[in-house]
Design a protein around this ligand. Structure first.
Ligand code: GLA
Length: 386
């Protein structure tokens, strides 16, 4: 990212705001494992990635937030003293609007600012560009008040609520929490029921995590995402009539007999087995057992394909091609599914050949050319010292 260039452009877009702007950054995220269980009270294992959204910001003395994106149409103009209402025609601007509305409702008196933003996160790729935008706006509007871990958890909750109630996407808390709480070189083992978390070091030795973009866009709001949530709730209700549990991830495979419907049973089986795979993955990562972790990635993808049915032909083709290649220890879709990205654990010396072979096989099957990103794991949202 060309930060000096971003800073130089700021006054072109905000000629009336004098001063030297500051730079803020919110990373995107991948989920290592624990997919579609953050709304089932499960433990998930996401980490931040070194691609994200940059904001060049100057704070204002009045009650106005203005955000201009270098990459997309629309501007967000958010007056802090007037009612903020959703407007579909404003596109991405609804995300910051929803967040600011939430902060105001929680009596947090957000600050006015002008921001020029730009992103190197491919949009619609399931790397959480929406959550990154939400958390970035919340962080800037509250700056420098977000200091403790508790503040960061609150910020994640506020952003999730904004997405649920303002934008009407019924997402879980994983993405916002990961971006708010991320830690360099660590994944977050996050209990989505209690919001307790601990950091798990990710040191992959001779391997890298390669992000593979299917180039088939994923649309969360228009997708079967909300349907899956409802199905999981129904499955839980069946089990609850026999067992005293609060979340689907507390259930055991033995409890599946209480679910009469075949589809609901499959959804629940994914949630229950995926939770087990998260626990096993944490153990494998601690022991540096990359082959073992790779098998769990493959098993997770299969479960998301067959039981949860959220992978789709593009992600399946990508993962099938990836796991064929020598030096690939495992692969799975990451995020909501239906398109977007998958991740693969690949031995460092095999990466160039891996990219070539996956590209060839994937192109033959889908006529699309995938993109690959090898990222590091940075801290969560922050002001960059530049
Ligand atoms: C999206 C949602 C998350 C989570 C994942 C699936 O990224 O925003 O809350 O449910 O899908 O694991």
């Amino acid at each position: 990212m060309d930060i000096p260039e971003l800073k130089n452009s700021f006054h072109e877009y905000f000629p009336d705001t004098p001063g030297d702007p500051e730079i803020f950054f919110a990373p995107g995220r991948i989920n290592l494992i624990g997919e579609h269980i953050d709304y089932n009270g499960g433990k998930v294992l996401p980490c931040t990635i070194s691609r994200g959204i940059y904001a060049c910001v100057l704070f204002r003395d009045d009650r106005m937030i203005n955000i201009h994106s270098l990459d997309q149409d629309h501007r967000a103009h958010i007056p802090l003293d007037r009612k903020i209402t959703y407007d579909q025609a404003l596109g991405w601007a609804n995300y910051p609007m929803g967040v600011i509305d939430r902060l105001i409702r929680d009596n947090n008196s957000p600050k006015g600012f002008d921001a020029l933003i730009t992103s190197d996160l491919p949009e619609g790729s399931g790397l959480s560009s929406s959550a990154a935008l939400e958390v970035l706006c919340a962080y800037c509007a509250m700056y420098p008040k977000i200091s403790s871990d508790k503040d960061r958890v609150y910020m994640a909750q506020a952003c999730q609520q904004a997405e649920n109630t303002f934008v009407h996407v019924n997402c879980g808390i994983m993405d916002q929490a990961c971006i708010a709480l991320g830690k360099k070189d660590h994944a977050i083992s996050l209990d989505t029921h209690t919001l307790e978390y601990r950091y798990i070091p990710v040191s992959l030795g001779q391997a890298h995590l390669v992000i593979m973009n299917s180039m088939h866009a994923r649309k969360l709001s228009g997708s079967a995402y909300n349907t899956r949530r409802i199905e999981c709730e129904e499955a839980l209700n069946h089990i609850k009539t026999h067992r005293d549990i609060q979340t689907l991830c507390e259930a055991k495979c033995d409890d599946l007999v209480y679910i009469p419907d075949k589809t609901l049973k499959k959804r629940a089986r994914h949630a229950i087995t995926e939770q087990q795979r998260v626990y096993s993955s944490i153990e494998m990562l601690k022991r540096n057992d990359l082959a073992g972790f790779g098998h769990l990635l493959n098993a997770s993808h299969l479960s998301l394909k067959e039981d949860f049915e959220v992978t789709g032909e593009y992600l399946d083709a990508l993962v099938d091609e990836a796991i064929k290649v020598d030096g690939c220890l495992g692969a799975r879709m990451t995020g909501a599914g239906f398109g977007g990205c998958a991740i693969a654990l690949v031995q460092k010396e095999a990466i160039e050949g891996f990219k070539a072979e996956v590209t060839k096989g994937y192109r033959e099957k889908t006529c699309k050319t995938p993109e690959f990103y090898v990222c590091t794991i940075p801290d969560g949202v922050c002001r960059l010292e530049i």
